[in-house]
Design a protein around this ligand. Structure first.
Ligand SMILES: Cc1cc2nc3c(=O)[nH]c(=O)nc-3n(C[C@H](O)[C@H](O)[C@H](O)COP(=O)(O)O)c2cc1C
Length: 357
């Protein structure tokens, strides 16, 4: 009934994609439940080791025979600036003492990231995953060619018109248009972060006027109103993160879910403090303590490694003060539901607004 170019290419009933959310929320139960309900479940595999990815794929296949996808982080080059690492460690030290966390050595290298990315891609190809999406960049032409030879549908992420054009030129089959409202990390990979903070209402139609690919809107969409607005602006699908993060099947920490349920739109901020890459989440004391030093912190993924134990210990101690509480800008619209109930609700709301959909 909602059939369009995107549902046809993804082989799903509703053009509703559960955002890949690396770091725990996208459990096998969540991904399978979304696909079983006629949407597209996505594994956020950015932080998964290849063996973990393979296990999760097998687990999901036991829970659904419907299509689902995998999302990967395209590795970015970065420099390990000793001065920045030292500054970050000095700033983090009082927090480590407060939480009784040992300082962690930083080990990641770009070469290791490339190797992990390639291993993850090999699993996707071996397991014949039908859909693969990317954030933080565009894979090399060789990788794109290999994936296309296996008829894997490829979805890129764009935060500006220029990035959308680069995705189209690279041969992607669809593009997630990520507005500034979006929760979690920004996918920006071309140009400055500060120049890529475009609201979805502005971004979708400007991308739609320039590229021909199916557009998937992401950022602040929580209900049928958001879906219809995205559709009128030129998107034919949506990717929803925060809404699915709240679902019973999501693996997000309960403290995180509760914090979003209580939050208001003015408490949702952009920060580099947790990972070295700009991301949107709820304001808390960690962000407050680091706010004057955002520009002098190490690049992603170095800062991410430096804060890992702090974030984990904060959660273990049952306090949200030092957790990364990723959220989009519409927390007041959040509902704690099962996937089935959320899907039924948003489908009902959308059809009521546009009975002919
Ligand atoms: C907790 C969380 C984790 C996320 N992780 C990823 C990820 O691994 N890969 C990705 O492409 N996008 C990720 N995103 C961004 C989503 O794809 C999407 O752009 C965003 O959720 C849309 O905004 P919304 O949360 O208001 O729906 C994440 C978002 C959240 C909230």
């Amino acid at each position: 009934m909602w059939e369009n170019d995107l549902t046809r290419v993804l082989n799903i009933n509703y053009p509703i994609i559960q955002a890949p959310m690396a770091g725990g929320p996208t459990t096998s139960e969540l991904v399978a439940a979304v696909s079983n309900a006629g949407g597209l479940g996505m594994i956020g595999a950015g932080y998964l080791r290849p063996d973990q990815l393979r296990n999760q794929i097998c687990e999901i296949r036991r829970l659904t025979d419907k299509p689902f996808g995998v999302n990967l982080f395209v590795p970015n080059r970065y420099t390990a600036d000793e001065g920045k690492l030292q500054t970050a460690n000095t700033l983090l030290q009082p927090i480590r003492e407060e939480l009784q966390v040992e300082e962690e050595p930083v080990h990641p290298t770009f070469e290791q990231d490339i190797k992990t990315f390639q291993d993850q891609l090999n699993i996707i190809m071996e397991e014949k995953i039908p859909i693969c999406s990317f954030t933080f960049g565009i894979p090399s032409p060789q990788i794109i060619m290999k994936l296309k030879e296996l008829s894997i549908v490829l979805i890129g992420t764009a935060t500006t018109v220029k990035e959308a054009v680069l995705n189209e030129n690279a041969g992607m089959d669809a593009v997630v248009v990520q507005g500034v409202e979006a929760g979690g990390h920004r996918g920006t990979f071309y140009g400055k972060d500060s120049e890529s903070l475009i609201g979805l209402m502005s971004l979708i139609p400007q991308v739609a006027d320039v590229i021909r690919l199916p557009l998937i809107a992401a950022g602040g969409i929580m209900d049928g109103r958001g879906i219809m607005a995205a559709k009128f602006l030129g998107a034919i699908g949506v990717q929803m993160g925060t809404a699915f993060l709240l679902c019973e099947e999501s693996g997000a920490n309960n403290l995180h879910k509760e914090a979003i349920m209580k939050a208001t739109e003015d408490q949702v901020v952009l920060t580099r403090a947790f990972s070295g890459k700009m991301a949107r989440g709820l304001h808390n004391s960690f962000i407050e303590k680091m706010k004057n030093y955002e520009e002098v912190l190490p690049d992603y993924p170095l800062q991410n490694e430096l804060t890992k134990a702090i974030r984990k210990t904060s959660a273990t101690k049952g306090t949200t003060g030092h957790m990364s509480l990723w959220s989009g800008q519409s927390p007041r619209l959040a509902k704690k539901l099962t996937v089935r109930d959320l899907m039924n609700k948003i489908i009902f709301e959308t059809e009521r607004l546009h009975p002919k959909l």
